[in-house]
Design a protein around this ligand. Sequence first.
Ligand SMILES: Cc1cc2nc3c(=O)[nH]c(=O)nc-3n(C[C@H](O)[C@H](O)[C@H](O)COP(=O)(O)OP(=O)(O)OC[C@H]3O[C@@H](n4cnc5c(N)ncnc54)[C@H](O)[C@@H]3O)c2cc1C
Length: 400
Amino acid sequence: MRRVQVGIVGAGPAGLLLAHLLHRIGVETLVLEAKSRAYLETSPHRIRAGVLEWGTKEILLAAGLGERMEREGLEHRGVYLAFDGALHRVDFPTLAGGRSIWVYGQQYAVRDMIRLHLERGGEILFEHEVLGVEEPERNPVLVYRTPEGRTERVQTEFAVGADGSHSALRGLIPGARVHRRTYPFAWLGILAETRPAAEELIYASHPRGFALFSMRSPTLARNYLQVGPEERLEDWPEARIWEELALRLDGVAEVRPGPLLEKSLTPMRALVVEPMQHGRFFLIGDAAHVVPPTGAKGMNMAVADAVALFRALRAFYLEKDPTFLGSFTEEALRHVWQAEFFSYWMTTLLHTHEDPFAEGLRLAQLRHLGESPHLLSFLAENYVGLHTTGRWAETLKALA
Ligand SMILES: Cc1cc2nc3c(=O)[nH]c(=O)nc-3n(C[C@H](O)[C@H](O)[C@H](O)COP(=O)(O)OP(=O)(O)OC[C@H]3O[C@@H](n4cnc5c(N)ncnc54)[C@H](O)[C@@H]3O)c2cc1C
């Protein structure tokens, strides 16, 4: 049977970044991905996150994955909140220690990671679906199906489930607790060929519901509408979407309709798996936790997990120190719960609630936020990311 040091299931941001970081320090990895390369890089179903935290950008640059992002991505030094018919700017550098965010589509980041990882000798097997992991605790063997339909196995020293929010590998952690929350909203998202409503993101809270006006480039707008969890795409023809977006923007900026490239519905839910490890098997990214997209945290959490597991495996392989592997869950859950909290806070603060009492509380806090630099700093610090710890800096140094 073939052997590798670290076997990784899933070529999303979590799996690809971990593979690339380990490959750089000479640890042999194999990534098994169920879908084709073309699907990951071009399918409209894979247009997902677009906001990179300060720390995420730093890691991608330090890992040699950020050249295109720096060239084609957009640095944003703030976002707008819109409510009561006015715009309120959240200035990141002033409120969050000089830091900012980077707008760069997840699909582009994935494309860069695949290309650079393969160019530097890394291995990814596309269209290889993992069917299970045998003996995950002591001696993990990945069992997978080849594109020709054969079932094969690879012996690993460590196996990593980075297989996304519908993870089938989650169940491999005996006794794991899965904490879940379902929010009573969904997002109707569109990608359109048109100029975005503003140069920075607008989070609009309107009595008709929440709307987000964002972008992928100066000519590609990515907009979202809060809708009920039971709504269907068929009920939202193009004209209705543009009309509703304009109503919720309430005249504070201009919505310019343009051809739709994609339209999707995303339910708002959260999930945390605890612990994220069992023996020699680890979960990272959406496989271990899901957040509603309001705080723009999903991809950033995947990156933070990959960095934490990289640090632990690096200590194990280069310094023969297994301590960090033992405490991986504890370390990862710190940033996970922080991001879950921020995503929860943004979601309940910005979406309209049916319950008038909840709605009264929400509006009271939103209006206070508009007047309080302290509350705005809380938002800004969380939005640009809280990776200011010595550990993050250590990883950056190790990659230099
Ligand atoms: C529609 C949508 C919109 C989103 N919008 C945002 C947003 O605006 N902001 C934000 O921050 N986050 C957003 N997210 C979340 C963000 O995209 C995720 O948090 C991020 O993709 C997590 O990365 P990951 O590597 O953990 O998982 P994924 O990117 O899901 O990657 C997992 C990979 O594993 C593969 N896989 C699954 N099962 C197997 C198997 N058995 N064998 C082999 N391979 C397998 C999958 O094909 C996939 O390529 C959105 C997600 C979705 C679905």
